[in-house]
Design a protein around this ligand. Structure first.
Ligand code: BEZ
Length: 224
């Protein structure tokens, strides 16, 4: 189970020091969608590229009412120093300001509570470091999606943005998202919707793919 939270679980309402001050998690989330990313330590190469990409994509997430927040097993002071490197990596002024906060977890309290430690990956002292977990919470603060990568593999932040589009689309419309979908592609009509109802629900048309089974379950509709 990635990261120790089950689908539908409520985001823990912890209090934490962060690069924007002390926060109570639920207050910070408000009524936005949100993504909590965990990282191995600060000042590590893959993480720096990840935070750089996240900073570049931040306006796209904001446009979609998504708040990002990071969790790394170092102090706020370390996070602020690291933020300068991230901005420099992006070719920006090396300031301490990033478009998302980073949570302090120097005693690993939160990563233990959230089941994010990777026993296979250790720091120079032999202590396990954090896996790259992604928790996406809906506006109801319930877990909608989790992803877990090992410390040695960077995540694809463009795909995380794509996944946000999928989650928001399926939360609003009675559709499902097919393999390798991109924004603007057709989506699928939920298999639980009867044919006549589907015609009314999707005025742009419902297109059925014939299959050897003869069952009409593979139904596409243009992206609503
Ligand atoms: C990195 O971010 O580069 C990294 C961190 C911990 C283990 C391996 C890679």
């Amino acid at each position: 189970m990635p990261g120790g939270l089950l689908p539908g679980a409520e985001a823990p309402n912890f209090e934490a020091n962060t690069t924007i001050g002390r926060i109570r998690f639920h207050n910070y989330l408000g009524d936005s969608w949100s993504i909590l990313f965990s990282h191995p330590p600060d000042l590590t190469p893959v993480c720096t590229t990840e935070l750089g990409r996240a900073a570049k994509l931040a306006p796209e997430f904001t446009k979609r009412n998504v708040k990002m927040i990071y969790l790394s097993i170092d102090s706020v002071e370390d996070h602020l120093a690291w933020s300068k490197d991230v901005n420099a990596y992006n070719g920006e002024e090396p300031t301490e300001k990033l478009p998302f906060p980073i949570i302090e977890d120097k005693n690993r309290d939160f990563v233990i509570q959230l089941g994010m430690l990777d026993p296979a990956e250790k720091d120079e002292k032999g202590t396990p470091v954090t896996a790259r977990v992604v928790f996406i919470f809906g506006t109801d603060k319930k877990l909608k999606l989790s992803i877990l990568y090992p410390a040695t593999t960077g995540r694809n932040f463009d795909d995380i943005l794509r996944v946000i589009l999928c989650l928001q689309l399926t939360a609003e419309k009675r559709v499902a998202i097919p393999v390798n979908w991109k924004n603007g592609d057709s989506v699928m009509v939920l298999p639980t919707i009867p044919e006549e109802e589907a015609k009314k629900l999707f005025p742009k048309g419902v297109f059925i793919k014939d299959l050897p089974s003869g069952k009409k379950y593979l139904r596409y509709t243009p992206q609503p």
